[in-house]
Design a binder for this molecule. Structure first.
Ligand SMILES: [Zn+2]
Length: 130
C-alpha cells in the first residue's frame, strides 16, 4: 500500500471528468457490444486510456483546467436533467392539467377521485378527476 501511495504522490488522481470518461467508456463498450459496432468499442478504449492518463498525470494545472471546462458544460446539463427527473417523479403524486377557461397549468394530488378545483389565475371552478 505504501508503494502505491508513493507512486501516486504528485499525480493528479480522479475528478468528475475522469469519472465521466469511465462512465462514457462503459456505455460505449456496452452499446458497441449490443449493436456489434467495433468502432464504438475502440472509442471506449480511448475513453478508458484517457481516464487512466489523467489520473496518473503529473501536470495538475492542465488537468484542473480540463475539469473546469468539463464542469462548465456538465453542470447546466446536470441541472436540466435533475429538473426533468423531479418532474417525472412528481408525476406519480400529482396530476397535471390545464384550466378550461384560461389554459393555466394546474396540478392536483392524485387518487382523490373527482374533486372541485378553483383556478388560481382566473378563479374558474370546475370538477376534475384526480
Ligand atoms: Zn383559469
Amino acid at each position: 500500500m505504501n508503494g502505491f501511495r508513493n507512486f501516486m504522490t504528485g499525480r493528479y488522481g480522479t475528478d468528475q471528468l475522469t469519472v465521466a470518461l469511465i462512465i462514457l467508456g462503459m456505455v460505449l463498450t456496452f452499446t458497441g457490444d449490443v449493436f456489434n459496432l467495433n468502432l464504438l468499442t475502440l472509442i471506449s478504449y480511448a475513453a478508458f486510456l484517457m481516464s487512466i492518463y489523467r489520473t496518473l498525470s503529473k501536470n495538475i494545472i492542465a488537468r484542473r483546467k480540463e475539469n473546469t471546462k468539463f464542469l462548465h458544460y456538465w453542470n447546466p446539463a446536470k441541472d436540466w436533467l435533475s429538473t426533468k427527473y423531479s418532474i417525472l417523479k412528481s408525476n406519480k403524486s400529482y396530476k397535471y392539467f390545464k384550466c378550461p377557461n384560461c389554459k393555466q397549468e394546474l396540478r392536483v394530488p392524485r387518487g382523490r377521485g373527482k374533486i372541485s378545483v378553483t383556478c388560481q389565475k382566473c378563479h374558474t371552478k370546475f370538477i376534475q378527476k384526480s
